[in-house]
Design a protein around this ligand. Structure first.
Ligand code: SF4
Length: 281
């Protein structure tokens, strides 16, 4: 059996940057003060575990931070949380990915021009929560929805890790309602788009797919959704320990793709394990 690994794998630019910021913040404090991250700094439990060993305290609620520094994750944070961090006089280190920041700036600009801004994405995801806080709208069914009847100026932005198909489906659903003007912004990041394109290419050539990355990672889950919906046998795994030999029974070609917060090392371990299991086949 042939094992094919996507040419674009390992950490994306935004994840590398967030890890670097966290490591630098931890190193400069030398354990002298609390360093918190509000939620996981990136959505990969193994990487977050390694940073925790270096002293990073992951908190779910900003009220759990007493004194010290709060690092905002690569996904960004809602405006009210940023205000609270400043009010509590905590130091703020912003590791929000520049692609996410770009979406923030687009939303702010549209809002100031009177648009109802609609965010297409997972409403529970921290990135979407942050974007929604800037639109001033509350989410319904995964999107921030325009209220009221006709005559509305609407504008669409996407979660940076959304698939283009989901984004377009969401836009068409909403455009069935009355509106006077609609603007669409492609805020899907180039890294996400590239990984999804590679997965689609492999789906035409492979009969089993491994999608590697955190089970809590939105972009990895999106890759898995694309693979699963294609009908090709697909498995979402975080580590090589989850691999089962029976997945490869009678398979000719296995494609390996990974999410943006998956270390290169993990992709290599998984590829090695598959090759070892399939030796001689
Ligand atoms: S997936 Fe894209 S938006 Fe998300 S952190 Fe990576 S580069 Fe930034």
């Amino acid at each position: 059996m042939q094992v094919r690994v996507a040419s674009h794998s390992g950490f994306c630019f935004g994840v590398k940057r967030a890890i670097k910021i966290a490591e630098k913040t931890l190193a400069s404090s030398k354990g002298a003060k609390n360093i918190y991250s509000l939620g996981s700094i990136i959505h990969n439990p193994q990487v977050v575990g390694a940073l925790s060993k270096k002293g990073l305290k992951v908190i779910k609620d900003i009220n759990d931070a007493r004194t010290g520094t709060v690092i905002i994750s690569s996904h960004g944070a809602p405006i009210e949380i940023v205000t609270k961090i400043k009010k509590k006089k905590l130091d703020l280190v912003d590791a929000t990915c520049p692609f996410v920041k770009n979406a923030h700036n687009i939303v702010k600009d549209l809002k100031s021009k009177g648009y109802d801004v609609i965010v297409i994405g997972d409403k529970k995801h921290p990135e979407v929560k942050a974007l929604l806080s800037l639109t001033g709208a509350s989410p319904t069914a995964g999107v921030a929805h325009p209220r009221g009847g006709g005559g509305k100026k609407v504008a669409f932005v996407s979660q940076t890790t959304q698939s283009k198909d989901n984004y377009l489906r969401g836009i068409f659903d909403i455009l069935k309602e009355d509106f006077s003007e609609a603007r669409i912004f492609n805020t899907i990041c180039s890294d996400t788009a590239q990984r999804q394109a590679l997965a689609k290419k492999f789906l035409k050539e492979c009969d089993v797919m491994m999608v590697v990355g955190g089970k809590n990672s939105a972009n990895t889950r999106r890759l898995y959704q694309i693979c699963r919906e294609s009908g090709v046998d697909s498995h979402h795994i975080e580590t090589e320990k989850e691999i089962k030999k029976k997945w490869f029974f009678k398979k000719k070609s296995c494609g390996v793709v990974s999410g943006a917060s998956t270390p290169d090392e993990m992709v290599k371990k998984i590829t090695k394990k598959i090759k070892t299991l399939m030796k001689g086949r």
